[in-house]
Design a protein around this ligand. Structure first.
Ligand SMILES: Cc1cc2nc3c(=O)[nH]c(=O)nc-3n(C[C@H](O)[C@H](O)[C@H](O)COP(=O)(O)OP(=O)(O)OC[C@H]3O[C@@H](n4cnc5c(N)ncnc54)[C@H](O)[C@@H]3O)c2cc1C
Length: 471
């Protein structure tokens, strides 16, 4: 007996388990073929990070093996998906193509064109949400408007019932067609990138599941306290997996709910709730990008579009290299440059420093992050930068982080600073935290003097802000 062939187009859902669209496709027919398209428009863009490509390729390798283990096949193709996906569907005589909805403007337009072409070809299109616990239209104000403030969003979002994970397809019927235009999995180098460092999270579904299990059995219970200390392993390290959908969000939520059941103190329960709130921040920013696609190009607060940023290129480059002379800022930037990941507390510190101390356009920092982060994600990154620049959806407009007090509070023994700035290892902790390292000591360690004075610059920024917004 022959079954209809359905194509499942993988994009940010590089897994078999808890994959709603793949599960639905497999309910229709055992002959489900996976396809991944290397899109030059995405890979040759200005905001790609080598480390992210390396992680992506590792995940694709794992996914390919997972398909094979179940008798199925993941095709790799390259080119403009608007042409390539309908071509593959036609070649394989697929009767339907499935994929998951996305929030990014590029993806939404691409999907619109692919769906229209498939419709013209008489091939069915099945689209559904998968990467969010609640799609954008499900979380709105009583007036049917999108939320622009997090707290009421969280109240509504957290009260909604959450779907349970779905199992992976047990098997697939083998593909009989012979003419499959599948390319071999390219290397990072083949795609024009160079990454030889380690990855903070091993690629693939099994590694992500293991990481979630480890976190939700241990650190989640102390997350509320530990998550703020960049020198401690207090967070989940799941952002690359969530970015590429290497783990399903329903699985992640279920793990947090199971932890809640096992929690033995109010403190532990509050910690888990705090972690769930971070998952909601992820959804808040994705909803924001969905409803306000213009956020990808400009600030939410219109007035910031004409803000007179100073934009000193040499100061920007010093920030990128981790040579501002402010130890906590430089440690964080070196962590980013060396590993492709940065602790959330430090993302906030360096983003505040770039925008409020160096008075540089946040879009410069946003792009640099995208070029370096293993978890670089348009919605989360844009949301984080707009929050830090005070240009986003945030009721508190002028937030300026003091790098010295941040270091004193969150890296009290300067472990994190010493880890990433080995040249400062012998400097006393109080000096590292206060930044009051003498010029002689800086010279001896080969560490630069501060490129700006925080106290002067924060006054300068405040003045500029008031002048600009009073006009
Ligand atoms: C300037 C700036 C830029 C950022 N850029 C990105 C980015 O490109 N990609 C990205 O995934 N996160 C980004 N974040 C959010 C956050 O820093 C990371 O999600 C977090 O550090 C990832 O580590 P974790 O998995 O251990 O997080 P945990 O603290 O364990 O949180 C669990 C998950 O919740 C989500 N999450 C946590 N905090 C946030 C947040 N503030 N906003 C949105 N989602 C969140 C992530 O998916 C994360 O994996 C940015 C934050 C700032 C301030």
């Amino acid at each position: 007996m022959s079954y209809p062939l359905h194509l499942f187009w993988h994009r940010r859902d590089l897994r078999l388990a808890d994959n709603l669209g793949l599960y639905a496709a497999r309910q229709h027919t055992p002959t489900v073929v996976g396809v991944f398209c290397f899109d030059p428009a995405l890979l040759q863009g200005q905001d790609v990070a080598a480390v992210r490509v390396a992680y992506l390729l590792g995940c694709l390798q794992a996914l390919k093996e997972a398909y094979q283990q179940r008798g199925g096949c993941l095709l790799m193709v390259q080119g403009d998906p608007r042409q390539v996906i309908p071509e593959v569907a036609t070649t394989l005589k697929a009767t339907a193509v499935h994929w998951h909805e996305d929030v990014e403007p590029y993806a939404r337009e691409r999907d619109r064109v692919v769906a229209a072409t498939l419709n013209d070809l008489g091939i069915a299109v099945h689209r559904q949400w998968d990467q969010l616990l609640h799609p954008p239209s499900a979380v709105q104000t009583q007036q049917g408007q999108p939320y622009t403030v997090y707290t009421p969003f969280w109240r509504n979002w957290s009260a909604l019932p959450k779907a349970a994970p779905v199992p992976p397809p047990p098997d697939f019927a083998p593909l009989e067609a012979t003419e499959i235009a599948s390319i071999p999995l390219p290397s990072t180098h083949d795609l024009g990138f160079d990454w030889s460092g380690e990855l903070i999270l091993a690629p693939g579904e099994a590694a992500a599941a293991q990481q979630l299990a480890h976190f939700s059995q241990h650190a989640i219970y102390e997350y509320g306290e530990q998550r703020n200390y960049p020198g401690r392993p207090g967070t989940a390290l799941l952002s690359p997996a969530l970015k590429f959908g290497v783990i399903g969000i329903r699985t992640v939520w279920a793990a947090s709910e199971a932890a809640l059941e096992h929690a033995r103190s109010d403190e532990a329960r509050a910690s888990i709730r705090t972690w769930q709130q971070e998952l909601a921040w992820r959804e808040f920013y994705q909803h924001a990008l969905y409803w306000f696609p213009e956020l990808a190009e400009r600030p939410y607060r219109q007035g910031f579009a004409s803000f007179p940023w100073v934009n000193d290129i040499s100061q920007f480059e010093a920030w990128c290299r981790g040579e501002t002379g402010y130890p906590i800022v430089d440690a964080a930037m070196r962590q980013l440059n060396e590993t492709g990941w940065m602790h959330n507390r430090c993302r906030m510190i360096v983003a505040s420093f770039l925008t409020k101390d160096l008075i540089i356009n946040p879009q410069w920092g946003e792009r640099y992050f995208m070029q370096r982060l293993i978890d670089g994600d348009l919605a989360a990154n844009n949301g984080g930068w707009q929050w830090s620049a005070s240009s986003g959806m945030d009721p508190k407009p002028l937030r300026i982080f003091n790098p010295m007090s941040q270091a004193q509070k969150f890296d009290p023994d300067a472990d994190y600073i010493r880890r990433w700035l080995p040249e400062l290892r012998s400097v006393d902790t109080p000096e590292l935290l206060s930044g009051s390292i003498s010029p002689l000591e800086r010279h001896r360690c080969g560490y630069p003097p501060p490129i700006v004075d925080h106290h002067v610059q924060q006054q300068r920024f405040k003045q500029m802000y008031h002048d600009h917004f009073r006009r």
